[in-house]
Design a protein around this ligand. Structure first.
Ligand code: SF4
Length: 659
C-alpha cells in the first residue's frame, strides 16, 4: 500500500533497498493495484473514482511504472493510469509508521527544502532508524502560530490536540493554550509511554497541516494511514484509548493496522465497525451544454480586458439600437455559423496574440478585430464612439460608471501607447454624460487627467458632487500642485471595487525621487492612508535602482507597491537589462527582502520570483535569502521543487522526475 501510494519517482528516495522486496534477484516484483481516489483531492477532478496502476521493482531496486499492456491482474474495464502524485503533497495522502519511532531533536526541517519530503511520511515503516517529527520544535511552532499569532487553522489544531491528549493519554495540557509555554519542559515531564503515544500523533498532525495548507480544518481531510503494531506505542491498558483518540482526531482517515493477538482483543468495537465508503458513482464530468447562438447574433468577444471593455459596450449599444441580438463572450469562443464577431484585444501579450491567431484561423472574414493589442491606431467609427456605453453588457459593474473625461498625455514615454494612440491630452466627455444614470461611483480611465488645463475644475466637480472615483490609470505626480492636491484629498479616491479608500500613482524609475517626495508631502498622507504605487519593472531599471525605488516608497507614510512587468508594445523598445546586476547584487537583494510594506506583499512576491530567475540566469546559483522570502508564507511545499529546478530554469529537464 505504501509503495502504491508513493509514486515511482518518490520511491527512489526511500531509505530502503527496494530490491529486498523481490523473492530473488532475477524475479522482479510486480505490483498491480486499484486506487480509490478522493474526489478533487487525489489528482485532477477528472480522475475516475477507481483507477488501476502498477509498478515493477527489479532485484537492483529499480522502479518502473507499468503501462496498460503490462498489467495482467487488473479488471479489463478499469482505467489504467499513472497515479497523479503531482509536485504538491496532498494527492494520494499516505502516512505509515513502524512499531518503534525515533524523532528529530533540533534537526527537523520544516522548510520543505527537500523536494521529496513526502516520502518522509512513511520512512519509519521501512527503516527503523528513520526520524519522525521533532515534537518540541513542532509544538513550539504550532503554539506560536495558533496561540501567539491566533492564526486559523493552527489555533483550531492546537485546541484539538490539547483536548484529545488530555482526555485520552492523560497528558496535562493546561498551559498549551496559554501565551507562555515551554514545550521542552512539557515534553520532558511526560511519562515515557505518553511520549511514545504522542509522537506518531504529532507527526501525523504536522504532515496533515503541511499537506492541506488551505484547509481550515486540516485534520478532517481524508487519507490513508498504515500502522505496523500501534499497540507498541502505548501500554496495554491505554491502547484502546489511543485508537479512540486517532479515530476522533482524524475522522476521514482510513486506517490499516497490524496488531498482536492481545491488542486485537483491546481494539475498540466502534472503531472496528466503521467502514470507509468506496465511491461507486460514475463521476463522469457533466458536459457543459453548448447554447445555440442564433445566426443573426452579433458576437462580441472580450479577449483579455481586466476592466469592462468600453469599446465593446459602445458596439453593443450600436447594434442593439439596430435591433440586433448581441452576446458577449470572454477570451475565446468558437461557434459555427456566426455572421460577425467583433473581438477587442487590449494587451500585446503572447497569450493574447495566440488567442487572436486562433480566432483569425477559425472565423476568417467574419472576425473584426480591434483594440490596442492589435492596432494602436485603430478607432471606433465616430458615430459609435459618441454613443453611450451599454452597461447591460457587464452586469458586474452594478452601480459603477466607467469612462473617460480626457484622453491623451503630453509626455512621450517610449514604452507607452498613449502618445501614439491618443495624442496630447484633450477632453472627450464630462461628468454629466458619464453619470447620466445618477451613478455616484466612477471608474475613470483617463490616461493623465491631471495634465489637462481644466484638471482643477474636473476634480472640484467630483469633490462637490461627492463622487467616489477610481483613478485606475494612476495620477501623475508631476502635474500635481498644492491646489489640485487639496481638492484631490476631498475626493473619495477608491479601489476598483469601491470597498476602501485608495489613491493610485505610478513610479516607473528611480529618477527625481526628491521631487516625488515633495509632491507626496503636499498631499499630507498618513500611515492610515492607502496609497498604491504601480511600479513597472523589467524595462530599463537596474536592481540597485529598483531597490532604491522600493526603499523610497517604504519611507512614505501609507505607500505600498503593486508591481507590473514591462510588456513591450508593438514596435516599442525591447527591455534593456544588460546592466541590471552590478557587483553588489547580493547586498541589494539582502536589502530588498528587508523592505516590507504593510500591505500587498503578494505583489512584491511576483518581483521576487522574476528577480530570482534572473539571478539564476546571471550567476548560475540561487539566492537563499530571496528563496526563503518567496516561500515564507505561501506555497511552502513547493520550495524544494523550486530549488531543485533552479527557480524553474530547469523545468523541462526535470518534468519527468517530478511527475
Ligand atoms: S506619462 Fe503615463 S500616459 Fe503619459 S506617456 Fe508616460 S506612461 Fe504614458
Amino acid at each position: 500500500m505504501a509503495i502504491a501510494c508513493a509514486g515511482a519517482s518518490f520511491l527512489r528516495k526511500l531509505p530502503y533497498a527496494l530490491g529486498r522486496l523481490c523473492r530473488s534477484p532475477d524475479v522482479p516484483l510486480q505490483l498491480e493495484f486499484i486506487l480509490s481516489t478522493h474526489h478533487l483531492i487525489d489528482g485532477r477532478s477528472k480522475a475516475p473514482p477507481l483507477l488501476g496502476s502498477g509498478i515493477r521493482i527489479d532485484g537492483k531496486g529499480q522502479v518502473k511504472r507499468l503501462i496498460e499492456k503490462d498489467c495482467h491482474l487488473l479488471p479489463i474495464a478499469l482505467s489504467i493510469r499513472k497515479p497523479v502524485m503531482g509536485t504538491g503533497n496532498s494527492c494520494c495522502f499516505l502516512l505509515a509508521y513502524g512499531a518503534k519511532l525515533k524523532h528529530h531533536d533540533q534537526t527537523d526541517d520544516f522548510n520543505f527544502t527537500d523536494p521529496f519530503f513526502r516520502v518522509t511520511r512513511f520512512h519509519s515503516l521501512f527503516n527503523k532508524e528513520a526520524l519522525v517529527t521533532d515534537p518540541v520544535a513542532f509544538l513550539t511552532r504550532l503554539h506560536y502560530k495558533g496561540v501567539l499569532k491566533s492564526r486559523f487553522p493552527a489555533k483550531w489544531t492546537m485546541k484539538c490536540l490539547s483536548e484529545s491528549f488530555r482526555k485520552y493519554i492523560g497528558i496535562e495540557t493546561g498551559c498549551w493554550m496559554k501565551k507562555k509555554c515551554d514545550f521542552r519542559k512539557e515534553w520532558l515531564q511526560l511519562r515515557s509511554w505518553q511520549r511514545r503515544a504522542a509522537l506518531p500523533i504529532l507527526d501525523v498532525v504536522r504532515h496533515m497541516i503541511d499537506a492541506f495548507p488551505r484547509s481550515a480544518t486540516p485534520l478532517n481531510m481524508p487519507g490513508l494511514m498504515l500502522l505496523n503494531r500501534p499497540d507498541c506505542f502505548c501500554t496495554k491498558k491505554g491502547f484502546s484509548d489511543w485508537i479512540k483518540l486517532m479515530d476522533l482526531l482524524l475522522p476521514a482517515m482510513q486506517f490499516v493496522v497490524t496488531l498482536s493477538d492481545d491488542a486485537i482483543l483491546e481494539f475498540p468495537d466502534n472503531a472496528q465497525k466503521k467502514r470507509l465508503t468506496i465511491p461507486v458513482a460514475d463521476r463522469k464530468p457533466v458536459e457543459k451544454r453548448r447554447t445555440r447562438i442564433p445566426r443573426d447574433t452579433i458576437l462580441l468577444l472580450d479577449v483579455d480586458s481586466r476592466l469592462p471593455n468600453l469599446a465593446l459596450m459602445k458596439l453593443s449599444r450600436y447594434f442593439k439600437e439596430q435591433g440586433r441580438r448581441v452576446i458577449l463572450s470572454r477570451k475565446e469562443i468558437y461557434r459555427k455559423r456566426i455572421e460577425k464577431v467583433y473581438a477587442s484585444c487590449v494587451f500585446y501579450s503572447p497569450a493574447s496574440q495566440k488567442r487572436i491567431s486562433k480566432l483569425r484561423d477559425y472565423y476568417g472574414k467574419a472576425l473584426i478585430l480591434g483594440g490596442s493589442g492589435v492596432d494602436i491606431r485603430a478607432r471606433l467609427p465616430r458615430e459609435i464612439e459618441e454613443l453611450p456605453a451599454d452597461y447591460t453588457l457587464y452586469p458586474e459593474l452594478k452601480d459603477r460608471a466607467i469612462g473617460f473625461i480626457t484622453r491623451g498625455c503630453p509626455f512621450d514615454c517610449p514604452f507607452c501607447i498613449v502618445p501614439i494612440k491618443e495624442g496630447k491630452t484633450h477632453q472627450v466627455s464630462d461628468l454629466d454624460t458619464l453619470l447620466a444614470d445618477g451613478l455616484r461611483k466612477l471608474i475613470l480611465l483617463d490616461d493623465n487627467i491631471l495634465s489637462h488645463p481644466d484638471a482643477g475644475n474636473f476634480l472640484e466637480e467630483m469633490a462637490q458632487r461627492n463622487l467616489q472615483v477610481n483613478f485606475t490609470q494612476t495620477l501623475d505626480f508631476r502635474m500635481l500642485d498644492k491646489e489640485k492636491a487639496q481638492i484631490l484629498r476631498r475626493i473619495y479616491c477608491s479601489n476598483l471595487k469601491f470597498t476602501r479608500r485608495v489613491y493610485h500613482f505610478s513610479l516607473n524609475d528611480a529618477r527625481n525621487l526628491d521631487h516625488v517626495r515633495r509632491k507626496y508631502q503636499i498631499l499630507g498622507f498618513t500611515p492610515r492612508d492607502n496609497v498604491e504605487f504601480i511600479c513597472m519593472y523589467g524595462y530599463n531599471t537596474s536592481l540597485a535602482e529598483d531597490v532604491e525605488r522600493f526603499r523610497f516608497l517604504r519611507s512614505l507614510p501609507g505607500a505600498y507597491v503593486f508591481v507590473q512587468e514591462y510588456q513591450p508594445i508593438p514596435d516599442g523598445p525591447p527591455a534593456d537589462l544588460t546592466h541590471f546586476f552590478d557587483d553588489d547584487a547580493d547586498e541589494h537583494i539582502n536589502e530588498l527582502i528587508g523592505i516590507v510594506f504593510r500591505q500587498n506583499m503578494k505583489s512584491m512576491e511576483k518581483y521576487y520570483r522574476w528577480l530570482s530567475k534572473r539571478y539564476v540566469q546571471a550567476f548560475g546559483k540561487l539566492h537563499d535569502g530571496l528563496i526563503d522570502t518567496i516561500f515564507r508564507y505561501n506555497d511552502r511545499d513547493s520550495k524544494g521543487r523550486y530549488i531543485a529546478t533552479m527557480a524553474g530554469t530547469k523545468k523541462k529537464r526535470n518534468r519527468t522526475r517530478y511527475s
